[in-house]
Design a protein around this ligand. Structure first.
Ligand code: PHB
Length: 362
């Protein structure tokens, strides 16, 4: 590995300079304290990973209705902002950079996780197939309540307020979670949006909620500190689109005027189902025209090749960052990687969270 290998070279990303092209992907870890507040273990966890070119936090709900999993840290209360401030201060002191991923789960929730035991909200009353982990067991998803047209401005405002909260908490920027079958993706993709108002039907209408949210968030941070995550082919959370190439090309072009820090693309399908129509990711990168972050199953050799060939500017790693806090140093040295233990991904405390060793300690 020479010093000029692009994967390990700095990159100017909007308002920031990253020391390398390796990003810690957003990863749900379910370690928040009461009130969905990030605690001291979360400070340690992110600080251990400060050598990432950029850390993107776990998806963090923007409002109480945005929660769909137990113990996910939010960004809508004073206690949560204070908890995250301890995280960002510590990551910055360790020399790192950290964006917060802003999340609303929409229909991927359950009354037991909603304020007042209410039904989750969605573009349309369509029940997702599958089950939700409520913290005390698995339950079938329920029929969501279709949002009224006049409710959406309050959701855009919740995103804007969450961006203000994230700025107050010391984040370097935010990523809008437009992927993986959550609220904004439920509007965007044709299988989950059967509305007949100006938030449904045409592609322009289905993309409107995402673009309104990006407008609100960039009004707080400036486009150069905002990223957007999309997942054109992912069927996770029972979602699909009739024509992903057309849908996501439209979105990528519509995002251009915001001069975003990056577009983060989950390439492929997390569910492992075979892909029927191949998606052209290089075409999506060209349509966007800015910094392109690729994610999903990259290993060292694919990451080296993708960045060297110009297919991606940044590579986001998930599992590898869970188990290797010093991932950039390991990849640079071509050192062995520790395997992540799935049993501790979504539950537990310190074990499997902050006790993975660094290279020298293996
Ligand atoms: C999850 O908790 O399983 C999860 C959360 C956010 C994602 C994907 C998966 O984007």
């Amino acid at each position: 590995m020479t010093d000029s290998t692009p994967l390990f070279q700095p990159l100017t990303l909007g308002a920031l300079t990253l020391p390398n092209r390796l990003v810690m992907a957003p990863l749900t870890r379910n370690r928040a304290l009461d009130g969905n507040v990030p605690g001291p273990l979360t400070v340690t966890y992110y600080t251990q990973r400060a050598s990432a070119g950029l850390i993107i936090t776990e998806a963090s709900p923007i409002c109480p209705e945005g929660h769909g999993y137990p113990r996910t840290p939010g960004i809508h209360s004073a206690e949560q902002i204070a908890g995250w401030r301890a995280v960002t201060d510590s990551v910055h002191a360790a020399g790192g950079r950290i964006f917060m991923q802003l999340w609303h789960v929409g229909r991927i929730s359950h009354p037991s996780l909603q304020p007042g035991g209410a039904a989750p909200v969605a573009p349309s009353a369509l029940k997702p197939a599958g089950q939700v982990w409520t913290g005390s067991g698995l339950e079938d998803y329920v029929m969501p309540r279709a949002l009224a047209r006049d409710e959406f401005p309050a959701i855009v405002e919740a995103y804007r307020q969450a961006a203000i909260n994230a700025r107050d908490a010391g984040f370097d920027g935010v990523e809008v979670h437009g992927a993986n079958g959550y609220l904004l993706d439920q509007f965007l993709r044709s299988s989950t949006n059967l509305r007949d108002d100006d938030y449904g039907g045409s592609l322009q209408n289905r993309a409107r909620p995402l673009l309104e949210v990006v407008g609100a968030v960039t009004s707080v941070f400036g486009g150069d500190r905002v990223g957007v995550r999309l997942s054109p082919e992912n069927r996770f959370n029972d979602i699909s689109d009739a024509d992903p190439q057309t849908t996501f090309t439209y979105v990528a072009v519509a995002l251009r005027p915001f001069n975003l820090a990056y577009l983060h693309v989950l390439e492929g399908d997390m569910t492992g189902q075979p892909v029927t129509t191949p998606f052209d990711y290089p075409a999506l990168k060209t349509a966007f025209g800015g910094c392109y972050m690729a994610n999903c199953g990259y290993d060292r050799s694919r990451a080296l090749a993708a960045v060297a060939d110009g297919q991606a500017d940044l590579i986001a790693f998930g599992r590898a960052f869970i188990a290797n806090p010093d991932l950039p140093a390991r990849l640079k040295a071509d050192a062995p990687l520790t395997e992540a233990d799935p049993k501790t991904f979504y539950s537990g405390e310190a074990h499997g969270y902050i006790d993975y060793p660094t290279l020298g300690a293996v």
